[in-house]
Design a protein around this ligand. Sequence first.
Ligand SMILES: O=P(O)(O)OC[C@H]1O[C@](O)(COP(=O)(O)O)[C@@H](O)[C@@H]1O
Ligand SMILES: [Mn+2]
Length: 652
Amino acid sequence: MDNDKQYLKILSKQFTNVAMTATEIINLQSILSLPKGTEHFLSDIHGEHEQFAHVLKNGSGAVKRKIDDEFGNILSEKEKRDLATLIYYPEERISLIQRKKMVNSMDDWYLVMINRLIRVCKSSASKYTRSKVRKALPKDFAYVIEELITGRRDLGDQEAYFNEIIKTVIRLGKAPDLIIALSKAISRFVIDHLHIVGDIYDRGPGSHICMDTLMHYHSVDIQWGNHDIVWMGAATGQLACIATVLRFSARYGNLDILEDGYGINLLPLFKFAIDTYKDDPCECFRLHYREGEYDLANAQMDRKMHKAIAIIQFKLEGQMIKKHPEFRMEDRLLLDKINIEKVTVTIDGKEYQLKDSNFPTLDPNDPYKLSVREEEVMEKLKAAFINCDKLQEHVRFLYRKGSLYKVYNNNLLYHGCVPLNDKGKFLEVELCGHKYRGKALYDELEKWLRKGYYAIDPEEKQIGMDMLWYTWCHKNSPVFGKDKMATFERYFIEDKETHLELKNPYYTWYDKDETVTMILNEFGLNSSESRIINGHVPVETKKGELPIKCGGRLLVIDGGFSKAYQPKTGIAGYTLTYNSYGFLLAAHEPFESVEKAVETGSDIHSETVLVQHVERRKTVADTDTGKEIKETIEELEELLRAYRKGELVEKE
Ligand SMILES: O=P(O)(O)OC[C@H]1O[C@](O)(COP(=O)(O)O)[C@@H](O)[C@@H]1O
Ligand SMILES: [Mn+2]
């Protein structure tokens, strides 16, 4: 046996004889014929943890579809809705039914509901092998549920048998637990794999809660968004990134995320802000909070912290631009263009009045230098970020499950864009003295982002950390894709023209077939069925914009979770599922609250707006997992031949 066949020897340790090898081939072959599992695509969650949790529970309409398939006209719309609510919020729904005495006999209700749940669970699990189902079932009820969903063909009266089991469960007071277990199993089976196409962080109140939810999800990958990357940068101790995440949290009245969510002490910043901006009303730094969700008593204080950290951010960004002339961002050096006496700033040769004149920490001779106290504050914050176990755990998870782009089952997923030039060709971008474009740009950048967190060599690590900041806001960054971040202008200049951030030419070309084909080919995708799944840009439904570009070859699925952007988009946003029959794009309305959903059975109304059927029903054989299985089958066939030719000797 030559060296290439060494793997057969290794394989023979697991499959020690002809019978075992043949059985495995048959098992794998049968998996290949199962329908492809459903993928779920969500993007731009922006800290809206309740709405996020809800869409995960309803699988963007996938649970409802299962219920419809199973019960069609047998149940009324209301009964189907109630069943869906029970699956999403089993504990809350059971307790509501009990509290409000909504049914005559709880036991009868349990019997009916458990029977219905079993049917939905059975049909949701039918795509999977028994072994996968077994592994996925909640431990305490694994045996009972398996029995209930697989049944016994040798028994005459199955229904009587099932009812006996269920009645025993009810008699023992375990019905609520079984309902919870069944609901969890259904949610688990309805979606096989989740893709998060970026921007879990910022704006909303619960990014850290979304991260906890994701860490417990059964199967997920993440394409980093610009807002995730700035948090990753903050976790490495990169100061401009730290200032930026704090500024966003302050601006949206969410400093609690840092204090309570991550246990980061903001007292040094608080004290500094009070002392420095004590009589300043900080008018330019009014917060974007949500009625009823923000304690107005904190407003004065939060505005001062908002201003303090914004000024620090502008200084630190200036330092970065000066430290890295190769970034060519000098046009973003604005603090040295301020004329304090005239209260103006000059941008691109034009002088603008500033809306604020109080800059007590700004040294006109060295405007980018942090004052002594600013420096102290940032040193303390840096230590707090680096030493925050929970943040580090979340960021390591982002690194483990995430990347800048992903090729998955013949589709290409990324958050922002592939930077293009005006002619619609890949834009050439210089990184650390070398030029890259297209996929190479993505790959090179990703290497640096990983080094920023993991490199041992301090110099490499520092460059990587600075590249995290670069990727957050540079005009050539594929996850940002705009000509500038006009934060300074939005705070201080009235003229709205200066606030504009122009999008990369990608967004004018992405409707064209040649462009989409060029990008897909660049990432090794040549099938006519391949698609690009894109996040980042809110789809402005109000202006008649659609998430479907290039005849459906590119889909923009900004989930629109961000309540801050809902007035603009008109709806809560779009999410996508891809099952064995094709793609389903769902449009969501804003989510009000869990209480309302439990009480009225109201879902986020998830309307299916686009259905693209695949040419023929997809099976596991058509997926990436299928490819791996086929390779394994080939290896096992080789092993079988080796046993049969006497090159290997069977063991027991
Ligand atoms: O309106 P906000 O929340 O202050 O944020 C504005 C900034 O966020 C960005 O839109 C980036 O965020 P998105 O990735 O969510 O679009 C910047 O382009 C812009 O400068
Ligand atoms: Mn984004």
